[in-house]
Design a protein. Sequence first.
Length: 64
Amino acid sequence: MEKFDLPKPPTDSDSEQKPKKKMIKRVCSWCKADMGFKEGAEGDGEITHGICEKCSKEMETESE
């Protein structure tokens, strides 16, 4: 599985350090377009798949 280095969340020196949010890279299963990142339960740098808006519209058109 491909791993990505993600930016570190900002820290506030006046308060306790908050737990790091886990971020997952989102990729379209159909066209492999980068769909950004989302918070998730898996470890940092993981990839999850979905369907982008463009491919979703194409699938709707094909199913009609």
